[in-house]
Design a protein around this ligand. Structure first.
Ligand code: CO
Length: 216
């Protein structure tokens, strides 16, 4: 276990390394940020957003919560979304879930882990909507992975239905919402093929993605 002092030492070493590689790196970033992508992912320590897509500070705007859930009344997530789209002009929103997600597993098993069970009811709702497909899985880990994928697809639709995204599309902004899933076993991200670039595509893409999943 690292001590807090060792974290600060690691930070100094990292800062020194960055400045040796690119002496203007921090002064350039201090002027402004121009990230191209918004990442909505899980808080899981095994899914560090920047690292797994090879991005430096300044390149990825990030919102993470347990089980990468986008709730229409979550002011925190909505504010990140609105700032990313309206102020930073981000054109790609990526919802990235991951297989073996503990939050999804707890939602499926109804395991009592305290207050967070209430948050995970949003994932439990996803399970109830697709119960037949999830329950058909051969074993528990397949069921969890199915629900992880379904959860991403549902959250992409949730992002697309926010007033923030609807308004952006109404004013003709170029904006695509993507659904990805990361494997903690091999570090590979899979595109779930649900990318949506306009109001008219939301429901069709959602149904197609669900159809592909259920056909295997
Ligand atoms: Co997770």
């Amino acid at each position: 276990m690292k001590t807090l002092q060792s974290l600060l030492e690691a930070n100094r070493a990292w800062s020194g390394r960055m400045q040796r590689e690119d002496p203007q790196f921090f002064s350039r970033l201090a002027q402004q940020q121009q990230p191209q992508y918004l990442w909505i992912g899980c808080s899981d320590s095994r899914v560090p957003a920047n690292q797994i897509v090879g991005m430096l500070p300044g390149e990825l705007f990030v919102h993470r919560n347990v089980a990468n859930v986008v709730v229409h009344s979550d002011l925190n997530c909505l504010s990140v979304l609105q700032y990313a789209i309206d102020v930073l002009g981000i054109r790609h929103v990526i919802v990235c879930g991951h297989y073996g997600c503990g939050g999804v597993q707890a939602a499926l098993n109804k395991r009592d882990i305290g207050l967070i069970n209430n948050w995970l009811l949003h994932v439990r709702d996803v399970y109830h909507r697709h119960r037949e497909f999830v329950d058909r899985a051969a074993d528990e880990s397949t069921a969890i992975d199915r629900l992880c994928e379904l959860n991403v697809i549902e959250q992409v639709r949730n992002v697309a239905r926010t007033t923030v995204v609807e308004h952006a599309w109404q004013r003709g902004a170029t904006l695509t919402i993507h659904g990805w899933i990361y494997s903690i076993r091999d570090g590979i991200i899979r595109d779930l093929g649900v990318s949506t670039a306009g109001n008219a595509e939301v429901e069709g893409n959602f149904e197609q993605a669900l159809g592909r999943l259920s056909r295997g």
